[in-house]
Ligand binder design. Structure first.
Ligand code: UDP
Length: 318
């Protein structure tokens, strides 16, 4: 507990898509939040309202967490969220991505250890690579190309998991690992290159919608409020092994493109572009562990989540 009587959470990457939603929900639930971001892929606009509303309960530290992290006062939880997270971002920033996943995670773990805080790291379904097991359970070790263009993200996240477990085993730190599957919602960057924002900005401008490959590859999309609820449940649980969080409703990329075109009332047509190297062919979380350990289940239907996201993107598309 802080001197203000509120538990205090440090979030690295607090100005990012998921980081800012986490900060907002934790503030709403009575936590004090210290947000750290260097705004490489984060956006000040994502936290502008939070800063206005939260007053003393929110502190912003502008800092690159790949360098030593210094936070004054007590800390109860450290949420390690900083990283470029979309394929075009991490392929654009390969060294920074490897540094934040390794050195950034090391510094965040060091902070948690010094403050006797609970630590959670944001891992990813990318640790499963182009999976040969379907759906993916946490026990699956993955099928990752260690030297391909996506490896800068995949291997950084796998290293972060290894480092987290080493701190847990060696220093008895209370650590959590959440493996996040494709998530969408307001505050995604229009041009971050991921399927949902790309298709929405193209559809809202009546431009061609760019499907990579033949669009038969699958993903399972989770609305951000469901994800944040699961993350907070895991943060408060006594679980130390990895937990998948994602919506098991799986669909092809062509299907999501068509859905977005229909829901935006767009005149766009689909065009096909080459499939990026090592693009996973299928992805669906097995969420048995989240269901049993956390009592968690995604609640927001795809259409409902897309309506809210389209509403947000309409305000952003010029
Ligand atoms: N994708 C696409 N068109 C785009 C952006 C992405 O067809 O403009 C595809 C991409 O090749 C992948 C899927 O959509 O098969 C999801 O891509 P995203 O970048 O959202 O996330 P990933 O799951 O690959 O990390």
């Amino acid at each position: 507990m802080t001197t203000f009587g509120k538990p205090r959470v440090v979030i690295t990457g607090a100005a990012g898509f998921i980081g800012s939603h986490l900060a907002e929900t934790l503030l709403d639930r009575g936590y004090a939040v210290v947000g750290i971001d260097n705004f490489v892929t984060g956006d000040r606009e994502n936290i502008a309202d939070i800063i206005k509303r939260a007053g003393h309960d929110f502190t912003l530290i502008e800092h690159n967490v790949s360098n030593y992290i210094s936070v004054d006062g007590p800390v109860d939880y450290v949420l390690n969220w900083a990283s470029p997270a979309s394929p075009i971002d991490y392929m654009d920033l390969p060294i920074q991505t490897l540094k934040v996943g390794s050195l950034g995670t090391l510094n965040a773990l060091g902070l948690a250890k010094a403050k006797h805080a609970v630590f959670m790291t944001a891992s990813t379904s990318e640790v499963y690579g182009d999976p040969l097991e379907h759906p993916q359970k946490e026990t699956y070790w993955g099928h990752v190309n260690p030297i391909g263009p996506r490896s800068v993200y995949d291997e950084a996240k796998r290293f972060a998991e290894a480092l987290t477990m080493a701190y847990h085993r060696t220093h008895k730190l209370d650590t959590k690992i959440v493996r996040i599957f494709n998530t969408y919602g307001p505050r995604m960057r229009l041009n971050d290159g991921r399927a949902v924002p790309a298709f929405m900005s193209q559809a809202l401008r009546n431009e061609d919608v760019t499907v990579f490959g033949d669009g038969s590859q699958t993903r399972s999309f989770t609305y951000v409020s469901d994800l944040v609820d699961g993350i907070i449940r895991l943060m408060l649980s006594s679980e130390n092994d990895p937990v998948n969080l994602g919506n098991p409703r799986e669909m092809t990329i062509k299907e999501i493109a068509e859905t977005i075109i229909r829901m935006t009332g767009s005149k766009s047509r689909i065009i096909y572009k080459p499939l990026p190297v090592d693009d996973p062919k299928q992805r669906q979380p097995d969420i048995t562990r989240a269901r049993t350990i956390l009592g968690w289940e995604p609640k927001v239907q795809l259409e409902e989540g897309l309506v809210k996201t389209i509403e947000y993107f309409r305000t952003k598309v010029k």
